[in-house]
Write a protein that binds this ligand. Structure first.
Ligand code: HPA
Ligand code: ZN
Length: 330
């Protein structure tokens, strides 16, 4: 119990959080009303009840439906402010948020409104809580690379304007049958521009997708990566090259990547020397914010003081903050 309180109070960075996945059902209803959007669910309770997932796709269908209430910069501001306020309670001192522009631009929402709203809330959280943050633009991998390239081009001015905030790109959405190699060109473009690179891989997809993300996309961190455990040489490589994994225990449980948290690969990876971190992914949908994830995995895998300290330190080390801030945080 004392140990769990120590984890809750430890300074930490959250590196795998989709901002659209922080929308709680109550806020979805509020925004739907404000924007005169009809939801397929009559009540907050009915919506929450629909959060019974069997795999990644069954979650994504509801997650994209929830995001449909976001129209104006103010909506993105309110959503982001609510998440950052909540993260501060969990002693998150730095966070790197994903957002999915294609989910919004496909509905006619300008990408500028999306970034403007999110960025304003980030700047406010820095003033209000001392909580620093970066923003990572994610491409939806179930859409063609052509769409990712068009989105990248449409974001050029934003990368310029929000240079120290909007610092990288990522890859998310349905993983099976959508290998990272499909996105080689857009990642090469981002790399030439000096952007930081991450990708979801090895959540539902095979270890080969992690190799592709590293070798073809040349990413610096792997989001999830829990299936790396099936490839001993890959685990060794992740450890040797200090490639951090942004693991999301409650997400893995809810999406049935593991049917029991006690079977989660996190501890084996940690013991192999991989820079594992703990994150919430989509906290409104998976039943917990970052501290809930720390507590759940600590209890399931019987993690000790050293393990938990290492995980929290990994999160600060694996973050994309400027070197001076990193030194100050660690
Ligand atoms: N995996 C893939 N796409 C996602 C996720 C995830 O865990 N969360 C939000 N989009
Ligand atoms: Zn994710």
């Amino acid at each position: 119990q004392a140990l769990l309180n120590k984890i809750r109070n430890a300074p930490k960075a959250e590196l795998h959080m989709h901002i659209e996945g922080s929308l709680e059902p109550e806020q979805i209803f509020e925004l739907a009303e404000r924007n005169k959007i009809r939801l397929a669910y009559p009540t907050v309770e009915a919506l929450r009840k629909a959060y019974a997932f069997t795999d990644l796709q069954s979650f994504l269908d509801i997650y994209y439906a929830g995001a449909s209430v976001l129209l104006k910069a103010d909506d993105f501001y309110d959503m982001t402010r609510a998440y950052l306020d909540r993260a501060a309670v969990d002693h998150v001192i730095h966070t790197e948020l994903f957002f999915d522009p294609q989910t919004h631009t496909e509905r006619g929402v300008p990408i500028e409104a999306v970034v403007e709203g999110i960025e304003a809330a980030m700047a406010d959280a820095e003033r209000r809580h001392g909580l620093t943050s970066k923003l990572i633009l994610c491409f939806l991998r179930h859409l063609p690379e052509q769409s990712a390239l068009a989105t990248y081009d449409s974001a050029e001015r934003l990368f310029e304007r929000y240079g120290d905030r909007l610092i990288g790109i990522g890859l998310d959405s349905s993983e099976r049958d959508f290998p990272p190699s499909n996105f080689a060109r857009v990642f090469a473009k981002a790399r030439d521009r000096g952007l930081r690179l991450v990708a979801h891989a090895g959540e539902e997809g095979p270890p080969a997708y992690i190799h592709e993300a590293l070798d073809i996309l040349r990413v610096e961190r792997i989001d999830h990566g829990v299936r790396s455990i099936e490839d001993a040489a890959l685990v060794q490589r992740l450890a040797d090259e200090r490639i951090a994994l942004t693991v999301c225990p409650l997400s893995n449980l809810k999406l049935m990547v593991f049917d029991d948290l006690r079977k989660h690969s996190l501890k084996v990876l940690l013991d192999a020397g991989v820079a594992v971190t703990v994150n919430s992914d989509d906290p409104a949908y998976f039943g917990g914010y970052v501290n809930d994830n720390f507590v759940a995995i600590a209890e399931a895998l019987d993690l000790g003081d050293r393990d938990l300290y290492t995980i929290a330190r990994n999160s600060l080390e694996a973050s994309f903050v400027e070197p001076a801030q990193r030194t100050a945080m660690i």
